[in-house]
Design a protein around this ligand. Structure first.
Ligand code: ADE
Length: 271
């Protein structure tokens, strides 16, 4: 049967030979993954399993057994996808990569933010529970796994040292800086100066805003799976954000992701 005629199935999972406890790597959109799946195809070949309307790509990339997938946009999509990574593919840890809006005063387009903590900025069950707290879980801030976040940040620093000047010249951005701290997530594309001020008022240490990370971190927390989130800044969440986001996503995001994940995964192989 020609490949195009192969039906898309929700493949019964036990039929699929899975690598032993692979690393789960996900992004919201294909541009945010860069060439990761092509690199996997070249290195080990790729087995693709379709489950819950997501394609999960299994193989080895930069020496690491991985399952790579796209969550699509928003907290529910992210939570559903990471739940499948945990339950269907038995991932040992989860890495989320992608772009974000810069919120911290020092955070500019082209910088990189590695999360130490993540909060759902749009979660508010007050006065029943404190603002931002996940009801009945009693947690507002989900910590990234320190070892994974340190390894990701080290990969980002190596990227900046080795290629920062070239990247800045190529894309017309300033030389990238790597920040560590709070990433906030919500089901909203933030695109006004007023909204940024409101976020800074509510969460003064927020460095970046996106739409998935804290949902991933909550699910990983509930199942005891280590996770880390790295975001490249595509916009500063103000009135220019939609245009800046689109051009950064289409022209730049993949190059950052390739450079960071390659260094992160190669270092994992030797550690
Ligand atoms: N991801 C990238 N930019 C964003 C923004 N401004 N708001 C929410 N998510 C984003």
């Amino acid at each position: 049967m020609p490949v195009a005629d192969v039906p898309v199935t929700d493949m019964p999972v036990p039929d699929v030979p899975l690598p032993h406890r692979p690393l789960g790597i996900l992004a919201a959109l294909p541009q945010e993954l860069g060439d990761l799946i092509e690199a996997m195809r070249a290195e080990s070949g790729v087995r693709t399993v379709t489950h819950g309307q997501r394609d999960y790509h299994l193989g080895t990339v930069h020496g690491a057994p991985c399952v790579v997938t796209l969550a699509r946009i928003g907290k529910v999509a992210a939570a559903a996808t990471v739940s499948a990574l945990i339950h269907v593919f038995d991932v040992q840890a989860v890495i989320f990569t992608g772009v974000a809006g810069g919120v911290g005063a020092q955070v500019r387009v082209g910088d990189i933010v590695v999360a130490n903590e993540l909060v759902q900025h749009d979660l508010d069950a007050s006065p029943l529970f404190p603002r931002f707290e996940v009801p009945l879980l009693g947690v507002s801030r989900f910590a990234a796994n320190a070892a994974l976040a340190n390894a990701l940040a080290a990969a980002c620093e190596r990227f900046v040292t080795e290629e920062g000047a070239v990247v800045a010249a190529r894309f017309g951005t300033r030389e990238p800086r790597v920040h560590r701290g709070l990433i906030v997530s919500g089901d909203r594309f933030v695109a006004s100066a007023a909204a940024v001020i409101a976020l800074r008022d509510a969460l003064p240490d927020a460095l970046a805003v996106e739409m998935e990370g804290a949902a991933i971190a909550q699910v990983c927390y509930e199942y005891g799976v280590p996770c880390a989130v790295v975001r490249t800044i595509s916009d500063t969440a103000d009135d220019h954000a939609p245009a800046s986001f689109v051009s950064f996503l289409t022209e730049i995001a993949g190059a950052y992701s390739n450079a960071i994940l390659k260094r992160f995964l190669e270092a994992k192989r030797v550690s």
